[in-house]
Design a protein around this ligand. Structure first.
Ligand code: GDP
Length: 185
């Protein structure tokens, strides 16, 4: 798998994926890392969502991933079903230094399953791993067992230090591509 840099190339597949999780877990920073600063961090609109594109080559296919970010709407519990509609993948993000963001994952999972596609690929992401030695409140084992229980992939990431960010998105995109190919879409 390799990354395509041109955004003008014709793509073979286009799909939508969403970022979900509590406020300030690092969703915007994960997305800006992944989309290589083609995402405006400091221009959060007060209404609506934001999204970024990234082209990825899998074999001979060019995939364009359109990744949506909540743009802070989760703070007001203002995420509507249209945010999830048609999404084939999700990064479900918590902050390993704030236990409450882990406890709230059930609510986010419920929303994903209620409004997202039935075979949505969900990757559980414990962000801020750079703070693991100082202020960790969620053990890696807790993330692993939740992922196992719910049938999700799991990774700890650091958007700040750019650890595992690429891997988290890639694992979601590769699985979505597999599902799409099986369906011959
Ligand atoms: P969002 O509300 O979920 O989109 O979260 P943001 O991306 O806006 O990040 C919230 C805060 O956490 C900001 O102050 C970021 O600088 C910080 N942050 C995000 N990711 C990391 C990380 O991996 N490590 C650390 N130490 N801080 C992070």
């Amino acid at each position: 798998m390799s990354m395509g840099d041109s955004f003008d190339e014709e793509c073979d597949y286009l799909f939508k994926a969403v970022l979900v999780g509590d406020s300030a877990v690092g969703k915007s920073n994960l997305l800006s890392r992944f989309s290589r600063n083609q995402f405006q961090l400091d221009s959060k609109p007060t209404i609506g969502v934001e999204f970024a594109y990234r082209n990825i080559r899998v074999g001979d296919k060019l995939i364009k991933a359109q990744i949506w970010d909540t743009a802070g709407q989760e703070r007001f519990r203002a995420i509507t079903s249209s945010y999830y509609r048609g999404a084939l993948g999700a990064l479900l993000v918590y902050d390993i230094t704030r236990r409450a963001t882990f406890e709230n994952l059930k609510r986010w999972l419920h929303e994903l399953r209620e409004y997202g596609s039935s075979d949505m690929v969900i990757v559980l992401v414990g962000n801020k791993s750079d703070l693991a030695n100082s202020t960790r409140e969620v053990n890696i084992e807790d993330g692993q067992s939740l992922a196992q229980l719910e049938g999700l992939s799991f990774l700890e990431t650091s958007a700040m230090e750019n650890l595992n960010v690429e891997e988290a998105f890639q694992s979601m995109i590769t699985k979505i591509h597999e599902i799409m190919s099986q369906k011959n879409l």
